[in-house]
Design a protein around this ligand. Structure first.
Ligand code: TYM
Length: 334
C-alpha cells in the first residue's frame, strides 16, 4: 500500500479538513504494514495558484506541518514534506501536461467554481492545478489517496491521465490511484448553511471550526450553528431533508467513531438544546489536545523545518525512479 495525500498551506485547518482527510491519514499511518509507505505533504506549489503572500506562505507551511504533527502524523512512520522541495512533482507535472487534455481540465468543477465568470483573468496555474495534483500521486505510484469528497474529480482525472500516458507510450508505468474517501465525513458542511461545504474561504468564521479555535469559541460556534426546531429522529432516514441537523449529527458520529444511527439511538426525540452541548464537549475533547500539542510544537519551528527536510529527502528517493521512467518513456533521456 502506498498512501499519498496533500493539503494546501493556505491558512488554518478546519474540522472539515480534519474529519474528511487528516483523521484518515493518521488511521492509515497507524495501520501501516511492513513495506507500506505513507506520504503526506503541504501543497505549497498548489498554493501559488491563488493570491500569494510570500511571508504568509512560508509561515503557513510550517504551521500546517506542525498541525499535522499535532493531529497525530508521526514523522518516524509517515513521510511529511513540502511539495516544493521535491522537484519531481513539478517535472512530472510538465511531462503530464503533454498528456492531459484541455477538455478534461475544462470540466473540473473546482476550476469552474474558483475561476467563476473571470476565466480570462484566472491564473494558468489554477487551470492546470489538477495536472500537478496528478503528478503528486503518480510520482509515487500511490495506491490509496485519502481525501474529502471534493477531491474525487481531481483523482479521477489523475487516473485518466495515467491511463492515457500508459497507453500512448505503451508502458506499464503509472499505477491507477484509488481515491479513499472518508465514509464518516466525506463532506463536512458549513455551520451556517447546510448546503455549503465547510471551507477556509468562507468569509464567515462562524461557518467553520478551526483547529486553533479555543474551547470557548468552539462551544460558541456550535451553540450558534444553524439548526431546525424539530427533535432528532430515530434514524438517519429522518435526517434526509434536514441538512443542518444531518451535518451536526454526522460531525458527532465522525468525532466519536460511531455510526449516525448509533448517535441517533441515544438522542432520538431530544432537541438541539441537549444535543449541541454534547457535541461541543466532544469537539473540545478532540481538538483541545491537538491545539495544546500544536502550541508546544510551534515553540520550535526549526524542529518542524527539520522534519520537513528529512521527509523531502525520503520523498525524493521514492519519486526518482518513476520520474526517470517517465522521462525515458517520452524520450527525454539521451
Ligand atoms: P485542501 O487543502 O482544500 O483540503 C485538504 C483535504 O481536506 C479535505 N476537505 C474536506 N473534507 C470534508 N469536508 C470538508 N468540508 C472539507 N474541506 C476540505 C479535502 O478533500 C482534502 O482531502 N487539491 C487538494 C490538495 C492536494 C492533494 C494532492 C490532495 C494537492 N495535491 C494530491 C490529494 C492528493 C486541496 O486543495 O485540498
Amino acid at each position: 500500500m502506498r498512501v499519498v495525500s496533500g493539503i494546501q498551506p493556505t491558512g488554518n485547518l478546519h474540522l472539515g479538513n480534519y474529519l474528511g482527510a487528516i483523521k484518515q491519514w493518521v488511521a492509515m499511518q497507524d495501520a501501516m504494514a511492513p513495506g507500506d509507505d505513507c506520504l503526506f505533504f503541504l501543497a505549497d506549489l498548489h498554493a501559488l495558484t491563488g493570491t500569494v503572500e510570500p511571508r504568509a506562505l512560508a509561515a503557513n507551511t510550517i504551521e500546517m506541518a506542525a498541525t499535522l504533527l499535532a493531529a497525530g502524523i508521526d514523522p518516524d512512520r509517515a513521510i511529511l514534506f513540502n511539495q516544493a522541495r521535491v522537484k519531481a512533482h513539478s517535472e512530472l507535472a510538465w511531462i503530464l501536461g503533454g498528456t492531459a487534455r484541455i477538455g478534461w481540465l475544462n470540466r473540473m468543477t473546482q476550476w469552474k467554481d474558483k475561476a467563476g465568470k473571470n476565466r480570462e483573468g484566472a491564473s494558468v496555474g489554477l487551470f492546470t492545478y489538477p495536472v500537478l495534483q496528478a503528478a503528486d500521486v503518480l510520482a509515487y505510484n500511490a495506491t490509496h489517496v485519502p481525501v474529502g469528497d471534493d477531491q474525487k474529480q481531481h483523482l479521477e482525472l489523475a487516473r485518466d491521465i495515467a491511463t492515457k500516458f500508459n497507453t500512448d507510450y505503451a508502458v506499464d508505468l503509472f499505477t491507477l490511484p484509488e481515491p479513499f474517501i472518508s465514509k464518516a465525513a466525506p463532506r463536512v458542511m458549513s455551520l451556517r448553511d447546510g448546503a455549503a461545504k465547510m471551507s477556509k474561504s468562507d468569509p464567515s468564521d462562524m461557518s467553520r471550526i478551526n483547529l486553533v479555535d479555543d474551547d470557548d469559541l468552539i462551544v460558541q460556534k456550535l451553540r450558534k450553528a444553524k439548526t431546525d426546531p424539530e427533535p432528532l429522529p430515530a434514524d438517519a432516514t429522518g435526517l434526509a431533508e434536514r441538512p443542518e441537523a444531518r451535518n451536526l449529527v454526522t460531525i458527532y458520529a465522525a468525532l466519536a467513531d460511531e455510526s449516525v444511527d448509533a448517535v441517533l439511538a441515544r438522542y432520538a426525540g431530544q432537541g438541539f438544546g441537549a444535543f449541541k452541548p454534547a457535541l461541543a464537549d466532544l469537539a473540545v475533547a478532540t481538538l483541545s489536545p491537538i491545539r495544546e500539542r500544536l502550541t508546544r510544537l510551534l515553540d520550535d519551528r526549526a524542529d518542524v523545518a527539520n522534519v520537513l527536510d528529512r521527509g523531502a529527502a525520503r520523498a525524493r528517493d521514492l519519486a526518482a525512479p518513476t520520474l526517470k521512467a517517465a522521462q525515458e518513456a517520452v524520450g527525454l533521456l539521451i
